[in-house]
Design a protein around this ligand. Structure first.
Ligand SMILES: Cc1cc2nc3c(=O)[nH]c(=O)nc-3n(C[C@H](O)[C@H](O)[C@H](O)COP(=O)(O)O)c2cc1C
Length: 188
């Protein structure tokens, strides 16, 4: 009888240990992973926050030195700031602040809204502001309906020494769990 009790206790202890280890894993932090994003109207921001939470990565918002107004974002006006910038592949709008220590990250997720079928010019500024040598860059985007298109290829051209993946467009209300499983396959 005593032996049976010992076995039951042992089994319970093993289960508790496995449970605690698993829980620890899901709350793991990824110290060498950064989620950097630009968001003009909040959609990409919500996806970026979900992603950084669920994978335990640092979060950095790419804030423009000159914030985009509603007029700036008017794509019906070919003279609006965003239209003018996006028509010029060499446009590099200034960013207000820098990532403190980019050298500590091995993987950098880069999030943005799709503008005119690709990454906004300020993302090009971000890509040309750091040394991404040996790092993996994983783009993600939100949009009205467009896919992420050639954004990954564009980013690769701007950071030739990095490994840039094609990336993916997400709906703003994407489930955190879906982001997590996608991110894990990307980081393998
Ligand atoms: C200047 C501009 C251009 C856009 N171009 C596209 C586009 O080509 N395709 C698309 O599906 N959505 C386009 N959109 C919609 C945004 O991609 C979409 O609203 C995105 O989720 C906004 O993200 P944010 O809230 O993080 O800024 C455009 C929006 C703006 C302001």
């Amino acid at each position: 009888m005593k032996k049976l009790l010992y076995i039951v206790i042992l089994v319970l202890v093993v289960f508790a240990a496995v449970f605690l280890v698993r829980r620890g894993e899901s709350n793991a932090t990824n110290n060498d992973v950064l989620v950097a994003y630009f968001s003009a109207t909040g959609n990409t921001k919500s996806v970026a926050e979900k992603l950084s939470n669920v994978i335990g990565a640092d979060l950095f918002e790419i804030i423009p030195e000159q914030v985009y107004t509603a007029d700036d974002l008017n794509w019906h006006n070919d003279k609006s700031r965003s239209s003018v910038e996006m028509a010029d592949k060499n446009s590099r709008p200034k960013i207000a602040s820098n990532v403190k220590d980019m050298s500590k990250y091995k993987v950098v997720f880069v999030g943005f809204p799709i503008w005119w079928g690709r990454e906004p010019s300020i993302i090009d500024t971000f890509l040309t502001s750091y040394d991404f040598n040996g790092k993996t860059i994983i783009p993600f985007a939100t949009s009205g309906s467009s896919s992420i298109g050639d954004s990954g290829k564009n980013l690769q051209a701007l950071a030739p020494n990095a490994k840039v993946l094609p990336g993916k467009r997400f709906a703003t209300d994407v489930y955190a769990e879906d982001l997590k499983s996608w991110a894990e396959t990307q980081m393998q």
